[in-house]
Design a protein around this ligand. Structure first.
Ligand code: ZN
Ligand code: ZN
Length: 335
């Protein structure tokens, strides 16, 4: 029997009578992480990994939230449930379900390369694995993070030397903190947009070391000339940017690997950085589960399903969901 099935409200566990990242209001929701397409308001009860509690409260307010430390299991209607790090954003979890001698894992969004801002991805053995495929094409291959941060630091240093503010657009939850943790704070002041700073605060409270950030009002005009500003994509073309005068801008996203995406964003630079697995990462993670059945949710599901069936000999199929609206939204589609 399937431990997880698709229902109009979301992914459902019939034996346990609960949902995983449901997109319509339900009684019991297990939440993999705080991005808006996975964590929605309106459910009666929430269960999530303990390190993600601050993120969920910051985004969803006063929800009825129960948390579980990574790796601790609970029994609910005979279903053993545990949460395991997904390496995606602070508190992100894969949901492991065990019932009737079968193990299923719903991974939410995940990234296999470890970073300084959340617990690293943990492969979990299972019979059936539900995977994302945001970057499920062989063209997506991320460079090592050290090289990426060196590029961003060089760009910032170069702009500062010319007396131009560096404005870096990136998603406020996860991406901004990962970039902050990798930057060289000696280059100049770090400025966080008002949409980014509350999440920085949540990360710091959870014990993640981030360099100090200031609001734009806290930096004098001369300091702003060599500052790096982290702002959400929605701040692009907003009047808020006028205060920086002649600034350099860049966008940080996995989609920056596509030449057309950078052009459509109309920024000076694109940095290829993602909180999702690249193509080799997806294949490695799927292989490590040992799963014989794979369900592929949001992103490039068609090519990944074909690859898993034809090359890996797995029973893979697409699972229709409503994920994929917030983090790393394809540029030109909905951003
Ligand atoms: Zn996500
Ligand atoms: Zn997602």
């Amino acid at each position: 029997m399937a431990l997880i099935v698709a229902r109009p409200q979301g992914l459902y566990c019939p034996a346990g009578d609960f949902y995983i990242d449901p997109w319509r209001p339900v009684e019991r929701a297990v939440i993999t992480h705080g991005h808006g397409d996975h964590a929605r308001v309106g459910h009666a009860h929430y269960l999530a990994a303990a390190p993600g509690a601050g993120v969920l409260r910051a985004r969803l307010g006063g929800i009825s939230l129960e948390t579980l430390p990574y790796g601790t299991s609970i029994l609910h209607h005979g279903v053993r449930l545990s949460l395991h790090p997904a390496g995606h954003v602070l508190g992100s979890a894969q949901v492991r379900l065990e019932h009737g001698g079968e193990v299923w894992v719903a991974s939410g969004d995940y990234k296999v390369e470890a970073d300084a801002t959340c617990a690293p991805f943990e492969p979990v053995r299972c019979n059936a694995f539900i995977t994302e495929s945001t970057f499920g094409l062989p063209i997506y291959r991320w460079q090592p993070q050290a090289a990426l941060f060196a590029q961003i630091n060089d760009w910032w240093r170069g702009n500062a030397a010319q007396g131009r503010t560096s404005v870096l657009f990136c998603y406020a939850l996860g991406k901004a903190q990962r970039i902050l943790a990798g930057l060289d704070p000696a280059i100049g002041p770090l400025v966080a947009h008002g949409a980014v700073e509350p999440l920085n605060a949540v990360y710091r409270t959870a014990g993640v070391a981030l360099p100090p950030t200031r609001s734009v009002a806290e930096v004098d005009p001369a300091g702003l000339k060599h500052a790096l500003v982290l702002a959400p994509p929605s701040a692009q073309n907003s009047p808020w940017l006028r205060r920086f005068g002649d600034y350099a801008d860049a966008f940080a996203s996995g989609w920056m690997q596509l030449r057309g995406a950078r052009r459509r964003r109309a920024v000076d630079r694109g940095f290829v950085v993602s909180d999702h697995a690249d193509w080799p990462g997806l294949l490695t993670a799927i292989a490590a589960t040992g799963a014989e059945r794979v369900f592929v949710t949001h992103g490039q599901s068609g090519p990944l399903v074909r690859w898993l069936c034809e090359t890996e000999g797995l029973a893979a199929q697409t699972l229709q969901t409503e994920y994929g609206d917030e983090d790393d939204t394809p540029i030109g589609v909905a951003a």
